[in-house]
Design a protein around this ligand. Structure first.
Ligand SMILES: [Zn+2]
Length: 275
């Protein structure tokens, strides 16, 4: 069977190398499902995974625990998410995967789950944009929150359209997270780094101190993203990152503060007169 173009980026040591034929890809999806379930990134039947194989998607079925998938449980769809093969029914969240593949030709795999700390940020509506650690800036860039839409609907897929070209990891408001990769392990590693980062972000808030990286350092790290071809072409804008300079307290003299308040009051008065 011809599986179309397929490349596995230079593998870190923790990768398991699967044969890149259909049987190997099916094993890989089951393995990543086991890792997602064992690492609390999904509960019960939650989450879904897919791989682009030419003009088709190999995807997880609905209603199955990702920790116990078997290779022949997986299903085939076309790029729009319409099922073309498999004895089980495809995940109802396949539309979300489909929108990623349609807008990002560089992406070959998508991982969706509800990891606890990342989802806590998604529920709180807090994007993960603080430049806390260099590895995270290089691997994830900025992680925005997509507006809420009902899971499994076209509206949820549509809510991602503007963000997918610029981001490799996205929080879904009141729902979970989605990560993209040049292969399924790369997408899973992004989910793993995202959850790790979200946990550290929450813990540093609890400790009451977050020391952020400087703007200059963040720009250097974003350059590395470009150099290593880590992200899609549109995701190299570093302006979304919150850096040390952004969190610096501003010092104002009393007279400066009074003058600022006076200007604001006059502006509000001017605007209300103009109504
Ligand atoms: Zn979900």
């Amino acid at each position: 069977m011809d599986l179309g173009p397929w490349t596995l980026d230079s593998p870190p040591d923790c990768r398991i190398l699967f044969a890149m034929d259909e049987a190997g890809l099916r094993e890989l999806v089951c393995e990543i499902g086991r890792r997602m379930y064992s690492k609390d990134m999904v509960a019960a039947n939650e989450g879904n995974l897919s791989i682009r194989v030419g003009d088709r998607l190999l995807a997880t079925p609905t209603g199955m625990c990702k920790g116990y998938l078997k290779p022949d449980d997986l299903v085939w769809t076309d790029l729009e998410g319409k099922q073309t093969g498999g004895r089980l029914k495809v995940s109802s969240e396949i539309l979300m995967h489909s929108v990623v593949y349609l807008h990002r030709p560089d992406v070959q795999a998508v991982c969706h789950g509800h990891p606890v700390y990342a989802t806590a940020h998604a529920v709180a509506g807090i994007p993960l944009t603080a430049a806390l650690m260099p590895e995270v800036v290089v691997t994830l860039g900025c992680v925005p929150v997509a507006p809420y839409a009902t899971p499994s609907t076209q509206q949820l897929a549509d809510s991602l359209v503007d963000l997918v070209p610029r981001h490799d990891a996205i929080l879904l408001a009141n729902h979970g997270a989605i990560t993209l990769g040049s292969d399924l392990e790369a997408a899973f590693f992004r989910m793993e780094v995202l959850e790790h980062y979200a946990k550290i972000a929450i813990l540093t808030k609890v400790l009451g101190e977050q020391t952020l990286l400087s703007r200059e350092e963040v720009e250097r790290l974003f350059d590395l993203r470009s150099k290593y071809g880590i992200s899609g072409a549109d995701s190299r804008d570093s302006s979304c990152a919150v850096t040390a300079e952004d969190s610096q307290p501003v010092e104002l003299s009393r007279s400066d503060l009074e003058s600022l308040i006076e200007t604001a009051v006059q502006e509000v008065a001017r605007l209300s007169e103009g109504k």
